[in-house]
Design a protein around this ligand. Structure first.
Ligand code: NDP
Length: 279
């Protein structure tokens, strides 16, 4: 048997990453001869580790916290969505040896919403919580779905306003602070803050969620996140976390690397079963 082609995920910390498991399962399912490993790489080590990986014959890399902006700078070429997001989670060695940078987070989220949960994004009011890397990464694919209006809200208001200004040509969007949300309501609230990672909730006013509205936390865990629980308390039609997004962004990266699209539903169901059993 020929030697498997090499893929990896770099990040710091990295030991809890589900990416090796996801990609190995995609490979078995699609009969691709690859090996996917994880490597603890911090910001200082990033450039040399990435050069070594590709010089050693590596085919593709995923980059996670805190490396996405560095990966964006490292890439020789960028997809349009990576160019907008100024962050890269997927690097691919092309036939001519140049390194292509892509950002599959946003399309992963959109696929999870549209295909896995039948949540349409066109002509609805969307509130996006947070103005960090994840928000930046998902804005272009979300705006491509033509929502009626998108509001970005952030604790540091200036970052929300600047982000909205940067993407203004792509849709109807504004940036503001949490105090400006009184008396507004939204069909879909996306939580792209890192508050959930420490069990916290952004300061959300009552009646923020429209009747039959939907909540989606980009973060995920074995237990429902604080924001998923908030959505349930507000009577959301669905209150979801980012596990589906994680699997879908990986599927998109796999497609970029191997030209074959893996089946994702089975894996999402399997992850859901496992976490229900561990609760
Ligand atoms: P960043 O550190 O770049 O940004 C964090 C954002 O959260 C900032 O806007 C920050 O506001 C805000 N924030 C942090 N704590 C609070 C709080 N207590 N109240 C209100 N706002 C808060 O993080 P990322 O954008 O990279 O990641 C955000 C989330 O998205 C994480 O939970 C991450 O796990 C998730 N994610 C999930 C993915 C998936 O596949 N499911 C993929 C990518 C990300 P301020 O600017 O004021 O500091």
């Amino acid at each position: 048997m020929t030697k498997p082609e090499q893929y990896a995920v770099f990040g710091h910390p990295i030991k809890h990453s589900k990416s090796p498991l996801i990609h190995q399962q995609f490979a078995v399912q699609t009969r691709q001869n690859i090996e996917y490993t994880r490597q603890d790489v911090d910001a200082e080590q990033f450039v040399s580790a990435t050069r070594n990986f590709f010089a050693g014959g590596g085919h593709g890399l995923n980059c996670t916290v805190p490396l996405k902006e560095l990966a964006w700078k490292f890439a020789d070429d960028l997809t349009q969505r990576a160019s907008y997001s100024k962050a890269v989670n997927t690097l691919a060695r092309q036939a001519d040896g140049r390194i292509l940078g892509d950002n599959t987070d946003g399309i992963g989220l959109v696929t999870d919403l549209l295909s896995n949960h039948q949540i349409k994004l066109d002509n609805i009011n969307i509130l996006l919580l947070g103005a960090g890397g994840a928000s930046r990464g998902i804005l272009q694919p979300i705006l491509q779905q033509q929502p009626k209006r998108l509001v970005i809200v952030n604790r540091t208001v200036e970052k929300a306003v600047n982000l909205a200004t940067e993407f203004t040509e792509l849709g109807n969007l504004i940036g503001c602070g949490y105090n400006d949300l009184e008396h507004q309501s939204f069909d879909l609230i996306l939580n792209a803050t890192s508050a959930s990672l420490s069990g916290q909730l952004p300061p959300l006013p009552e009646k923020l969620l429209a009747n039959k509205g939907i909540c989606y936390d980009l973060a995920y865990g074995n237990e429902p996140t604080a924001f998923v629980r908030w959505g349930q308390q507000q009577g959301a039609a669905k209150s979801l976390d980012g596990l589906g997004m994680l699997v879908e962004q990986a599927a998109e990266a796999f497609y970029l690397w191997r030209g074959i699209r893996p089946e994702t539903q089975v894996m999402i169901e399997q992850f859901n079963t496992n976490r229900n059993q561990s609760n």
